[in-house]
Design a protein around this ligand. Structure first.
Ligand SMILES: Cc1ncc(COP(=O)(O)O)c(C=O)c1O
Length: 359
């Protein structure tokens, strides 16, 4: 049976990537060793890291004005690193909140700097992006942070937030490499790898070089962006295996035709699923259609008493990890890059049949 894994993260990897990992697990690049056993100071590993950086820069069109860094600690570490490194003594940071992760980022930043938010942070159900007047933002704010795609709620920004010149920083953990955007609109972007760039263990950070090393704050060496920028992420022993898997994922994206092709496929996938949910009286999506996510599609059964049955029968049919996050309820299909159109067909067929037999 073909299995489709709709996990929100760690998420599905393309089959060919897993096959390549398997094929070279015992003998990587003719070294006779696994990539897991090779020194990060070896020439082979450095060559691999160079290719990884060059390919990331090519696929995302990242100029030399930006440093690219691989930092352990997940996206959540960036919730602390950003304010520790960037906030000035009298500063303020602005957080646009459209879901769970933005709220977590705001909370953590509040430990290190003064924060303000463009949405009511006590909202428990997020079904849209906040509206605000950018002329009213504090022009002296150190940065404006938002979450381009809220993974739990399935709420995605489809336009660039207006910040009136305030440096823009973005948590793209769940949608980096899934659609096109212009890096030059940003001062800083980060994404942990386990959704579209491989496996857990590293976070990819893109940051304007002129923002790095400017702070007068006392910053632990391991949480100073300068450490990673100056050493090209080789200060301590980095998570070598996730780094290697990231390269395989980047090569895979390139082989698909790059980010623009991937974006077309993702739009086709999500449109098909939303169109099916919208025409049904059995299923429902509560998110404002203008900001529905192309990569995390939450849906609810009108009759919630059928949830458990839906989950067990879908799992039996090879459709895994469809349970929505407990904070949101219902179901969620995470349809990142590794999920093909065939995966959406299989899901829609199952949902149709479940509706027919239970509706
Ligand atoms: C948008 C977003 N930001 C941050 C995180 C936290 O990432 P990590 O577990 O890598 O710290 C997640 C995890 O799912 C996420 O989806």
């Amino acid at each position: 049976m073909t299995v489709y894994n709709f996990s929100a993260g760690p998420a599905a990897l393309p089959l060919t990537v897993k096959q390549q990992i398997e094929a070279e697990l015992y003998d990587w690049n003719g070294t006779g060793c696994s990539v897991m056993e090779v020194s990060h100071r070896s020439q082979e590993f450095k060559d691999m890291a160079d290719e990884n950086e060059a390919l990331a820069r090519e696929l995302l069109n990242i100029s030399d004005e930006y440093a690219v860094m691989l930092i352990p600690g997940g996206a959540r570490l960036q919730y602390s690193m950003l304010p520790i490194n960037i906030s000035s003594k009298q500063g303020e940071a602005i957080y646009a909140i459209n879901g769970h992760w933005g709220k977590q980022a705001l909370k953590e930043a509040g430990r290190f700097t003064q924060v303000s938010s463009t949405a009511k942070v006590n909202d428990e159900v997020y079904a849209g992006i906040p509206s605000y007047d950018d002329n009213e933002l504090n022009a002296k704010a150190d940065y404006f942070h938002y979450t381009s795609n809220e993974t739990l709620e399935g709420v995605q920004w489809h336009k660039l937030p207006q910040t009136n010149g305030i440096p823009l920083c973005c948590d793209m953990t769940s949608d980096l490499l899934t659609r096109e955007f212009d890096v030059n609109d940003y001062s800083m972007i980060y994404a942990s790898a386990q959704k579209n760039m491989g496996i857990a263990g590293i976070t990819f950070v893109i940051m304007k070089r002129d923002m790095i090393g400017q702070s007068t704050n006392l910053i632990p060496t391991m949480t100073d962006y300068k450490t990673y920028a100056d050493t090209r992420s080789f200060y301590n022993t980095p998570p070598t295996f996730p780094w290697y898997v990231m390269l395989l994922m980047l090569r895979w994206v390139k082989a698909q035709g790059g980010v623009s092709t991937i974006q077309d496929i993702n739009q086709a996938k999500s449109s098909q699923l939303y169109a099916f949910v919208d025409q049904s009286d059995f299923y429902l999506n509560k998110v404002d259609p203008n900001c529905r996510s192309e990569v995390n599609v939450p849906f609810w059964l009108h009759d919630e008493s059928l949830n458990q049955k839906f989950l067990s029968e879908s799992a039996d049919a090879g459709l895994k990890a469809l349970k929505g996050h407990m904070a949101v309820g219902g179901m969620r299909a995470s349809i990142y890059n590794a999920i093909s159109l065939a995966g959406i067909d299989a899901l829609v067929d199952f949902m149709q049949e479940f509706e027919r037999t239970n509706g």
